[in-house]
Structure formats: structure tokens, C-alpha cells
Design a protein around this ligand. Sequence first.
Ligand SMILES: *Cc1c(COP(=O)(O)O)cnc(C)c1O
Length: 391
Amino acid sequence: MKSFHPTPRTLMGPGPSDVHPRVTAALARPTIGHLDPEFVGMMDEIKGALRRAFRTENEMTFPVSAPGSSGMELCFVNLVEPGEKVVICQNGAFGGRMKENVERCGGVPIMVESPWGERIDPEGAEQALIDHPDATLFAFVHAETSTGVKADAERLSARARAHGCLVIMDTVTGLGGIPVEIDKWEIDAAYSGTQKCLSCPPGLSPVTLSDRAVEKITSRARKVQSWFLDVSLLTTYWSGNGQRTYHHTAPVNALYGLHEALVLLEEEGLEKAWARHAKMHEVFKAGIEAMGLELLVSEEDRLPQLNAVQIPAGVDELEVRKTLLNRFNLEIGAGLGSLAGQVWRIGLMGHSATYENIVLCLTALEQALIEQQANINHGQALAAAHAVFCR
Ligand SMILES: *Cc1c(COP(=O)(O)O)cnc(C)c1O
């Protein structure tokens, strides 16, 4: 055995994205006890900053000590009781995981589907709510990382609330990158991840639960199936009234990293961070289109932070990704599921959403495509991107 020293990469896939150097530095600070008063004070700051990022007053807002999938599992395992009907919107990979969660909780999933790359139509979702008046929960993915589609969160949630459902939203790729308005949209349970738009390593899942959601959990007929993710037990650890009791040992250093990432987000300003993601998407899009490539998702439904770029005919897409990784230390993502071989997924998330990364990506992609004699326009992408950057 020798020490492990990974080659530094530029991360422009579907996550993890580039970690800010100040976050990396924070991770290396001295480990202290997880019930040390100093640490407890930092936990409270994290909760406050997450509330501001989620735009909520929810008391139950905290990071789960495991990756985004654990936040997903926490929401479903606490809110779904056996036999309950849950309307689930699926237009990509992550909606499928919601269905899997509901089934494992003994719930009955009612699926509302759209093709991968298209958004969920709020009318279709409403029809499912009309057809199943006994449904109690409604779940959708705000930012579908498998396709680059943004949900019409406000309208979907409004329909579900009008039918008396509690609303669960996956915003793993949304938080910090595009507007998330938990209170305004009346979302009851939302989960995110640290490694997408928060410029942090993977391993934590910020979640927020409304008072309505907490009430449903506390009046459950039977105990939550999962001990680790049971919100009623986690409350004793994360509640802010000085009476913290041991539940599990928090990942102390990982939380230093999240704290620093949230400091960075507040220094930049949440709305400025949204604007930077939107702007960098415009810059990238200009370059990609000047090269003659196309984005999969229609303009109005696109996520700025996840760009599904259609692979030109005759191109060996794996070879392109290998060239990017081996020659440029640049990672982009492959297509998932029905989009495998059809698109690359190019992330502009958090600290990865910078002009210098876009210049590297456009340069590397163009060179890799030229080597494959792909039918693209040469030498125009950077100028087009620069023109938008300077606007
Ligand atoms: C990445 C992602 C997840 C899962 O997060 P992990 O940290 O990989 O567990 C869930 N939902 C969406 C939309 C994601 O992009």
C-alpha cells in the first residue's frame, strides 16, 4: 500500500462537480467531538443556511449523514405507510427510483410518465390526482439529472396541494443552481445532495420537511421501517434546543465542508449563484451550437446546470469521453437508460460552472470530434461562447 493521490480532474459530468478549494481546505480541519459545543454551534449555522438556501422556515431542515439517495429514502420511508397511494412523476432515471422506494415502503405507486427528455405535463399529473382521489402523496423530480429537464415545480405542486396531497420533491441537482422555493411552492419534503450545485464532495443530503410533513410522521400508525432514517429519532440529534442526544456520530469533517460551501454560497448570494448558472449555460450553449451540435431538451424546459448534448452520427462516444479524460483530465457524463449512446451529459454545477471550464470543454470536445472526422464546424465555438460571455 501507498498513499492514494488521484489525478486532479475537471468535473463536468452529472456530479460530483468541482469542489471549491476553500471547501477542500475546510475538510482538513481538526476533528472535534460531535457533541462538542463548538460543533453543535456549527450544526445550527448549517441548519440556518440550509433554510435560507431552500427558502423555507421549516424547523426540520438538516443534512442527512449519507448521499442524496439517503435524503430520498428518508422522505419516502417516513411519509409513506403501507397501502398509501403515491402519485409519482417519471420522465427519467430518478423518478424510477421514487417508484422503487414507494414499493419498498408497501405503498402503491400511481405513475405519471413522460418520455425521457420531456417535462411532466401538469394536466396529466392533475388527471392522475382526479382518477385517484385517495392518493395522499405526490412526488416529482425538480431537476432530472438523467436528461437535463427542469420540472414546472410550482404548478405541479399547486395541483397536488389542491387535491390534498403532501408533496415530495427531489432537488438533488436543483439546490444552489436554479430557484428552489420550498415555502412559496408549498413543498412538504425535499432532498438534495452536496456534490451537484453546492461545490462540495458527495456524502451528505440536505433535507427539509414542512410542519405538515412532520405532523404526518408523528401521527403514523406504525414505526418507520428504517431506524437510521427515522425522523422522530433524528429530531433529538438535530433539534436546536440545546438538548442534543446521541443518535449516530455525525461525519464531522464532511460537515465542515458543507458549512464552508454554504458560506461561499452566501458570499456569492443565492440569486447571483442562480444567475451564474443561467449565464454559463448560455455561454456553453452558444459554443455547442456554433460547433453544429444540438441540445436534447427544448429551450423552455432546460436545466442550465445539466446539458444533454446530442451525439453526432457516426461518433464513438466512449472514445470521445476517453480522450477528454486522458488528455484533458476532463470528465463528462454518458447518457443513462434510454439515452445511453444518444447524449453526453455535461454539467455546469456549482464551482464547475465557470467560463474557464467551458473553454476547456469546448476545446477538448472539438478536438476529440475532429479526430473522429465528425461533421462539425471547426474553430467557431470559442468565439461564439466568448461573445455571449462578454454580453
Ligand atoms: C445525484 C442524484 C441523486 C442521488 O444522489 P446520490 O448522492 O448519488 O445518492 C438523486 N436524484 C437526482 C436528481 C440526482 O441527480
